[in-house]
Design a protein around this ligand. Structure first.
Ligand SMILES: *Cc1c(COP(=O)(O)O)cnc(C)c1O
Length: 470
C-alpha cells in the first residue's frame, strides 16, 4: 500500500478483509494451542523492529507481535496474580473496535450494556439494588475512586476546601495491597494516616481495630475508612468481612473491600464461597474482571452502596457536557459523574461477551477448579518430604519451598533460581514471595487453562531443578 497517500481508511477493502481473516486464523490457532506458546524473551532485533516505519501486515504481526506475550495465556502460568484471557475477547475486541464507543455518557448501546454488566456483578456480590458502579482500568483505580467517595462523605466540603488541616484516618490490615497506600497518598490523606492493624490468624484483629479507632478519635483525628481484603495478593487470605462490617456500622466508618481477585470466590463452591461471607455489606468493593474472571486486560470495577456518595465525589459537568431528556445527550446518569475519566472505553462488552458465550456456571466451575488445583499443588508438596509448604492454601494461591531443610538463605537462593529457570525454559511460571524471611515459590492459579497434569508436570520440573541446583 502506498502509505501516506491513501488517507486513513483502507484503499482496498478486499485486501483488508484477507488480512483480517489471516489474523483471526492466527489468533485462533494461538488461543487453541495456548500450551505450545510459553513466555519467551523479546530478541534485540524484534525490539528494534518496533520502531515506527516498516509497515504492517498480518504476516508481520504473526512473526513479530503474537509470539512476545507476557506468558499469562499459558496453562502453567501462575505468576503474581494475572488472568489468562478468553477466546471471547477476540470477538468482543472486533465488535468493540467497530463500535469505538466512548462510554463517558450519552445515550447509546454501550452505556446500557455497562449498566447490565455492573448490575450482574452487584447481584453476584450481594449488594442492594440502587448500588452504583463504574468499570475502570483495574482495582488500583477502583480503590482511588472508592476512597475519594469515602473522603467526600466524611468531609462534605473536601472538593472545595481540601483537607484544610483535618486529619482523616484509614485502617487496613498489615499486608494490605500497595494500591490502598497509593490511594491515600493521592488523596492527600497520607500514609502516616493509614493505620496498619495487627492480624490474628491471617485476619484483621477487630478488637485491635476498635482500640485504634477510639485512640485516634480521642486524639482529635477523624477515622473514616476501613479496608478489608478479600484475597490478599501474597497468600490469598481473607478478612472476616462480617466482623469488619459490624465495626464499620458501630463506628460510622466506610467499609471498603479490596476484592481484586478474591471477591470472585463468591462464585465458587463451598468451602471457598464462605471466604467472602459479608462482602455484600461493604460500602464499596473494588474488583477485577481481568484476574479471576479471566477476561482480557484491562477491566476492573468499583461498586458503591451509596449512589449519591459516588456522584457527590465526582459529578462535574461544564456547560458543553449538559445532559438532555432526549437525543444523544440523554442517557442519564453519565459514567463521567461516577469517576475521574470523561472519555472511557467500552469495557463492558468483553465481560458481556464472555458471560453470554460461556455462561456464569462455567466461570464458577473454573474458579472452584483453580482452588482445587492450589490444593493439589499443596498435596504434591506434602508428598515430598524434602519440600516445605509456606502455608495451607486458603484460595487459589500455593506457596512452598523446594528444599525445606536448608538454611534460610540457601532456600531463598534455590527457590529464586528455580523460579527464574522455569520461566526461561518455558516449563512453568511461578513468582516468589517471602514467608518468615524465606523466599518461596508462589503459584497464584487464576488460570482457566490449568489442569491437574500441568500442576504435576510443573512439580516434576521443580524436583529436577532442585536436585540439579541444591
Ligand atoms: C492486583 C491487586 C490489586 C491491584 O489491582 P490492579 O487491577 O492490578 O490495579 C489490588 N489488590 C489486590 C489484592 C490485588 O491482587
Amino acid at each position: 500500500m502506498d502509505k501516506g497517500k491513501g488517507g486513513l481508511d483502507p484503499q482496498d477493502w478486499d485486501a483488508f478483509r484477507d488480512e483480517a481473516y489471516r489474523l483471526v486464523d492466527a489468533g485462533i490457532a494461538r488461543m487453541r494451542d495456548a500450551g505450545a506458546y510459553p513466555w519467551q524473551p523479546v530478541p534485540e532485533d524484534v525490539r528494534a523492529g518496533y520502531q515506527i516505519g516498516d509497515g504492517v501486515s498480518a504476516a508481520r504481526v504473526e512473526r513479530d507481535v503474537l509470539p512476545f506475550h507476557g506468558g499469562n495465556t499459558h496453562p502453567r502460568f501462575w505468576g503474581w496474580v494475572q488472568g489468562s484471557g478468553l477466546a471471547s475477547d477476540m470477538l468482543s475486541g472486533i465488535a468493540g473496535s467497530v463500535l469505538n464507543a466512548n462510554v463517558g455518557g450519552r445515550d447509546h448501546g454501550a452505556v446500557y450494556m455497562e449498566r447490565a454488566v455492573i448490575d450482574w456483578a452487584r447481584r453476584e456480590m450481594g449488594m442492594p439494588e440502587g448500588t452504583s458502579g463504574v468499570l475502570v482500568t483495574g482495582t488500583s483505580q477502583a480503590t482511588v475512586l472508592a476512597f475519594a467517595a469515602a473522603r467526600a462523605r466524611a468531609l462534605e466540603d473536601v472538593r472545595k476546601a481540601g483537607l484544610a488541616g483535618r486529619r482523616l484516618v484509614a485502617y487496613a490490615g498489615q499486608g494490605v495491597h500497595s494500591s490502598s497506600t497509593k490511594a491515600v497518598e493521592l488523596l492527600g490523606i497520607g500514609t502516616d494516616n493509614l493505620q496498619y492493624i495487627a492480624m490474628r490468624d491471617g485476619q484483621i484483629d477487630v478488637d485491635a481495630l476498635r482500640t485504634a479507632v477510639a485512640r485516634d478519635r480521642a486524639d482529635g483525628a477523624l477515622p473514616f475508612l476501613v479496608v478489608g481484603t478479600a484475597g490478599s495478593v501474597d497468600l490469598g487470605l481473607f478478612d472476616d468481612l462480617d466482623a469488619l462490617a459490624d465495626v464499620a456500622a458501630d463506628e460510622g466508618l466506610w467499609l471498603h473491600v479490596d476484592g481484586a481477585f478474591g471477591a470472585w470466590a463468591q462464585l465458587a463452591d463451598a468451602p471457598w464461597s464462605d471466604l467472602t461471607a459479608g462482602i455484600g455489606r461493604a460500602d464499596s468493593i473494588a474488583l477485577d474482571f481481568h484476574k479471576w474472571m479471566y477476561v482480557g486486560y484491562d477491566c476492573g470495577l468499583v461498586l458503591m452502596r451509596d449512589e449519591a456518595a459516588q456522584r457527590a465525589a465526582f459529578a462535574a459537568r461544564p456547560a458543553y457536557l449538559t445532559g438532555a431528556d432526549r437525543g444523544l445527550a440523554g442517557g442519564d446518569p453519565w459514567y463521567c459523574d461516577y469517576g475521574v475519566d470523561l472519555s472511557r472505553g467500552n469495557r463492558a462488552l468483553k465481560i458481556w461477551y464472555a458471560l453470554e458465550m460461556f455462561g456464569r456456571e462455567a466461570f464458577a466451575a473454573a474458579i472452584t477448579d483453580n482452588c482445587r488445583m492450589a490444593r493439589l499443588m499443596a498435596d504434591e508438596v506434602r508428598a515430598r518430604p524434602e519440600m516445605h509448604l509456606g502455608m495451607e492454601p486458603v484460595s487459589a494461591i500455593c506457596v512452598f519451598s523446594a528444599r525445606g531443610g536448608l538454611e534460610p538463605e540457601a532456600q531463598s537462593t534455590l527457590n529464586q533460581r528455580i523460579a527464574e529457570t522455569l520461566q526461561e525454559t518455558g516449563e512453568a511460571v511461578f513468582s516468589t514471595t517471602s514467608v518468615d524471611g524465606i523466599t518461596m515459590l508462589r503459584a497464584a492459579i487464576t488460570n482457566h487453562r490449568t489442569r491437574a497434569e500441568d500442576v504435576r508436570a510443573a512439580m516434576a520440573a521443580v524436583d529436577r531443578l532442585a536436585d540439579a541446583l541444591a
